[in-house]
Design a protein around this ligand. Structure first.
Ligand code: MSP
Length: 655
């Protein structure tokens, strides 16, 4: 019998910046679902890739002094680029599409022409607002306080000859799709879409641009490039071969598929994308699932706000599987969640080191200690002591399956951990160490207890495989579970392991993390990465708490700026020559060029700490640090040098 086909996609990523933990969340979640569908025996095609056109990329490439193609090539294929990250995170995508791939470009031209020829794309003039970072057009009424409703940044006026897609024509069909089918989930997103976009009236969408050139050219009207979202959304079918000869999978039952996307792009995936497919006469996706955001300090992470969390650093410090697990375990899929390093460490310690890690290491250690690593076949089952664990473990697969089929991996994990916790309790209830005191009388009972623990662990291990594939392989090797004991079928069977199974106590799968030490190491890794990126030594980090005596050792002085200039080849550093009252000029370097032009600071009266050890920055020695006030303004970091009354003489001590 032919296997059921399951096609699942992540949004394709803008390679305008390095990916952060929010992007990683989205891809790890889709990977987990893809692995689950493979586990249950479906024929899975998992697609991810990069969305490489548009004005933002063109601008960024210009800033970097390279061509747009060079720019995207570096971020996609360069060291620590998109492909590297997915490899590191053990993402099992079957295909990777780049919207600059020739076959995709050809398909986009075909799609645009087809929609034009069937009367759904027409020429007009575009007047409106455009948010460059989001590559989104907005009408006046959609703006929030005059800014982009998605990212809150200022929008630009835009007016140009353009092609339009008759989105309005599909309003009723889209409303029907949203309201009367289970196409879009979670259901709360349906109200959002209907209230914000359908009820006010769907307007036709501007789908070509003439003011920049980094995009797919409209082949019948050179000078126009296809709007980046038409280009990007189509990837889900061009990657299967729609409109090109690269792949022949579109007709083979892969489409329609499931689109997993973040909440801010649900609008594109649940309104524009189905309308495009309707226009092309193709089936709409089976599902669009809009997951929530990982927040940091209450806001969305973004490189421009400077509050991104680097997945490389976390994976390198805590392990890929621990990071994958944390993302799926902690944040209900579909809702927003607040990321913190503390939460990550707590989750590793509680669930992985304590609950799962202990269960595996205690069980394998006891089989080693009491039976030399191989269980004897003789058993003594004690119904009243064993039934609860056995029936919980046997009932687990159905609960897990239900949660996974409803896009609730966090609930599936909840169920698995109930069984793991029950198994740990079973150890305490049955006290194998007490049974071991009289092996002659209790040997068969002890063997039975340990076998039950191995079986419960095995079932949990199977169901955890989509979340932590590598670690579960190690776990299976330790508990002696061969391939046939790792299958979906065997996750609903008791006693799949051989009666005389051999067990190997191996490495500790999930070592406990020392919170303070790990936080310190993380901070150092983050600083080192920043330094490597900018080539600038960073200002020393002040400790959170200092005792009074230590504080008193800090020598803060009033200083006057005699001269100030930008440091060559540095975007950030300013070099100050200061009068500190000693009669000898003091030189301090400060990474504040973003906020101040050097000439505006000459003559100002500032405050500096002057007894820090000297440090070199870009070849210049800095003797101290200028004091500034730092805060966030519209999500951006703002900085103000601390300036004091000019009447205070240079060298005055602050106390
Ligand atoms: N290129 C578009 C998608 C085109 S799909 C036809 C895009 N790219 S993106 O790089 O900005 O975002 C990729 C995915 O990462 C989106 O699903 C987005 O929601 C997700 N995330 C980006 N930041 C996120 C968080 N902080 N938290 C969770 N997901 C986030 O949009």
């Amino acid at each position: 019998m032919e296997k059921k086909k399951f096609y699942i996609t992540t949004p394709i990523y803008y390679p305008s910046d390095k990916l952060h933990i929010g992007h990683t969340y989205c891809t790890v979640a889709t990977d987990t679902l893809a692995r689950y569908h493979r586990l249950i025996g479906e024929d899975v095609m998992f697609l991810t890739g990069t969305d490489e056109h548009g004005q933002k990329i063109e601008e960024k490439a210009k800033e970097a002094g390279v061509t747009p193609q060079e720019f995207v090539d570096r971020i996609v294929d360069g060291p620590r680029g998109v492909r590297d990250l997915w490899k590191l995170m053990n993402i099992s995508n079957d295909r990777f599409i780049r919207t600059t791939d020739d076959y995709h470009v050809k398909s986009i031209q075909y799609i645009f022409r087809k929609m034009h020829d069937n009367g759904d794309i027409y020429k007009g003039t575009y007047k409106g607002k455009y948010c460059t970072p989001c590559e989104s057009f907005w009408t006046e009424s959609q703006l929030k306080d005059g800014c982009c409703p998605d990212c809150g940044r200022p929008v630009k006026d835009a007016e140009e000859e353009a092609y339009f897609f008759r989105l309005s024509k599909y309003a009723d069909k889209i409303r029907d799709l949203l309201e009367n089918t289970d196409f879009l989930e979670p259901r709360s997103r349906v109200n959002e879409m209907v209230r914000n976009f359908i009820d006010p009236g769907l307007e036709d969408l501007c789908v070509s641009r003439t003011s920049f050139s980094w995009g797919v050219p409209v082949d019948f009207d050179p000078g126009h490039v296809v709007y980046v979202w038409i280009d990007a959304l189509s990837n889900y079918i061009t990657a299967l071969g729609y409109g090109n000869e690269q792949y022949g999978d579109y007709e083979k039952g892969w489409w329609p598929g499931v689109n997993i996307v973040g909440k801010e792009i649900v609008r594109f995936h649940s309104i524009i994308w189905p309308a495009m497919l309707m226009s092309l006469g193709e089936p709409v996706p089976k599902k669009c699932f809009g997951h929530g955001w990982l927040l940091l300090d209450g806001g969305k992470m973004s490189k421009s706000k400077g509050n991104v969390v680097d997945p490389y650093i976390l994976a390198e410090q805590f392990g890929v599987d621990a990071l994958r697990f944390f993302l799926m375990r902690t944040f209900p899929f579909g809702s927003d969640g607040s990321f913190s390093n503390e939460l990550l460490i707590q989750t590793i310690n509680t669930d992985l080191a304590n609950d799962l890690g202990n269960l595996v290491s205690r069980t394998t250690a006891m089989v080693g200690k009491y039976f030399g690593g191989k269980l004897p076949a003789a058993r003594r089952y004690e119904k009243e002591k064993d039934d609860e664990l056995v029936s919980m473990a046997l009932g687990l697969r159905a609960k897990y399956e239900d949660a996974m089929n409803h896009y609730a991996p966090h609930k599936a994990l909840d169920e698995v951990f109930k069984v793991i916790q029950r198994a740990n309790k079973y150890i305490d209830e049955n006290m194998p160490w007490a049974l071991a005191k009289d092996m002659e009388a209790n040997g068969p009972r002890l063997a039975s207890v340990l076998y039950h623990l191995l079986e419960a662990t095995r079932i949990c291990g199977i169901l955890l495989t989509p979340f932590m594939p590598e670690s579960m392989d190690k776990l299976f090797a330790q508990i002696g579970a061969e391939e046939n004991c790792r299958t979906w079928l065997s996750a609903a069977m008791w006693a799949a392991l051989d009666g005389d199974v051999s067990v190997t106590k191996g490495e500790n799968l999930f070592p406990r993390v020392d919170m303070d030490k790990a936080l310190g190491e993380l901070e150092a890794a983050v600083q080192a990465a920043k330094q490597a990126e900018s080539g600038v030594e960073l200002e020393p980090q002040l400790e959170e708490k200092v005792d009074f005596d230590t504080f008193c050792k800090s020598d803060f002085r009033v200083v006057k700026v005699k001269a100030c200039e930008a440091v060559k080849k540095s975007e950030k550093l300013l070099k100050f020559t200061l009068d500190d009252g000693t009669g000898v000029d003091r030189q301090i370097l400060s990474g504040i060029h973003k906020w101040y032009e050097p000439e505006t600071l000459v003559g100002k009266t500032l405050v500096a700490i002057v007894n820090l050890p000297p440090r070199k920055m870009m070849g210049h020695e800095s003797n101290g640090m200028l004091i500034s006030a730092v805060h966030k303004e519209k999500g951006e970091e703002a900085l103000h040098l601390l300036m004091v009354d000019d009447a205070i003489p240079a060298g005055a001590k602050l106390c």
